[in-house]
Design a protein around this ligand. Structure first.
Ligand code: GLN
Length: 391
């Protein structure tokens, strides 16, 4: 009996499950998966409870609760000056993860190519494979994770249907500069391709870094689907409330797929999303200040422990090169992550999971640490990491 499809047989288990299991088994401080160990804003949580108690418990419209769509459109105008029609240009999805997959299914055809930057967030390529689309990889290199503009240009060709841009970037913490995005925008227009952006860390920015939305660059509004989520900004990753926004023709295409994947998304949590997205600017300022403090604590702790640290400009993550601290027998990032959990009691993510087989060597000496944790968690991790000197 065949028990699995060829389509998914090669996928293996996501690295997040593997590391969570190992961290739990060894009681390690878990800086692996990018999920806050603290709760979201009380008024947002209360809004969800109120919604449950106000009979908002049946299916929402497939495209999303009107109040949520209105708030998403309002947020896009408030932070990026985008003018969107909440009835046609916004779609609520089961987290950004479903948004990206529905965008791929709704906008590409088998045999198309889609360009991704490497390291690449771990769901995109399986999504493309399930859609019958070929990924084209453009590596980011060096201490600033920059890409070579000529290499990117060479990746574009008549089969290119779209490029996926994740900024602020997981796992590197890179925030694409306006110049870089201009390069991407020009190529998209030259080759008449679409852009799918994953901007889930749009509000987690460090050192006055500015996040630029690709859709707002000249010529890009008509060809970009922007995807984001409530999860990261409001520390409710388990709610899985995301959205896709852009021109109605593209959003309609994403919805064509979405309607037959999830149909509709959790109604009361969408009601709470409306409350969350309308929080005053103090909330967003405080969020950045809190994250700045968390990142600074972790960067210091990792530097103190002897790692080479790549200071992130955004996202939940800090990337390091571990070669200066690991014992000789540790050969790659997976062994390093296992060793760190077992011997030091701290969990991180091995970034080779974000590279294709032939490029895994690019992630071999890296480790990704999440900073979206309580002070006490970060302190506990710092204390353990401080002992690294003895190895
Ligand atoms: N986005 C989260 C991270 O990178 C993980 C999400 C998941 O576990 N699939 O850590």
């Amino acid at each position: 009996m065949r028990t699995i499809s060829q389509r998914v047989a090669g996928f293996g288990t996501t690295i997040f499950v593997e590391i969570n299991d190992l961290a739990r088994a060894h009681g390690a401080v878990n800086l692996g998966q990018g999920a806050p160990d603290f709760d979201g804003p009380p008024q947002v949580l209360a809004a969800a409870v109120d919604a449950v108690n106000s009979a908002l418990n049946q299916y929402a419209p497939g495209i999303g609760l009107p109040a949520a769509r209105a708030a998403i459109a309002q947020h896009a105008q408030r932070f990026y000056g985008q003018i969107l029609n909440p009835d046609t240009d916004v779609l609520v999805t089961a987290g950004a993860t479903e948004g990206v997959f529905a965008a791929i299914l709704g906008l590409t055809d088998p045999g198309d190519e889609v360009i991704v930057f490497e390291p690449v967030y771990d769901t995109y390529v399986p999504n493309l494979v399930m859609a019958g689309v070929s990924p084209r990889y453009v590596p980011m290199r060096g201490d600033d994770w920059s890409f070579d503009a000529d290499e990117l240009a060479r990746a574009f060709n008549p089969r290119t249907r779209a490029i996926i841009v994740n900024t602020p970037h997981n796992p590197t913490g890179k925030v694409y500069s306006r110049e870089e995005l201009k390069t991407i925008a020009e190529l998209c227009q030259k080759y008449d391709t679409l852009a799918i952006t994953d901007e889930v860390y749009e509000h987690i920015l460090y050192d006055d870094t500015v996040h630029t939305r690709l859709a707002t660059l000249p010529g890009m509004a008509d060809r970009t689907v922007t995807i984001s989520t409530l999860g990261k900004t409001f520390s409710v990753t388990g709610w899985k409330i995301g959205w896709a926004l852009g021109p109605s023709a593209l959003v309609n295409a994403v919805n064509q797929a979405h309607q037959f994947i999830t149909y509709a998304v959790a109604t009361p949590l969408q009601a709470a999303a409306a409350t969350a997205l309308k929080l005053p600017s103090e909330f967003f300022k405080n969020l950045q200040a809190d994250y700045q403090a968390r990142r600074d604590v972790m960067v210091k702790a990792l530097q103190h422990a002897g790692f080479k640290v790549f200071k992130p400009h955004g996202s939940y993550f800090v990337m390091v090169d571990w070669r200066s601290v690991a014992p000789k027998h540790v050969e790659d990032d997976i062994q390093f992550a296992q060793w760190l959990i077992r011997e030091v009691g701290v969990a991180c993510i091995p970034p080779s999971a974000f590279y294709r087989e032939s490029d895994k060597y690019l992630g071999k000496y890296l480790a990704r640490f999440a900073v979206c944790k309580k002070d006490e968690t970060l302190r506990a991790a710092a204390e353990k990491l401080a002992k690294l000197g003895k190895y």
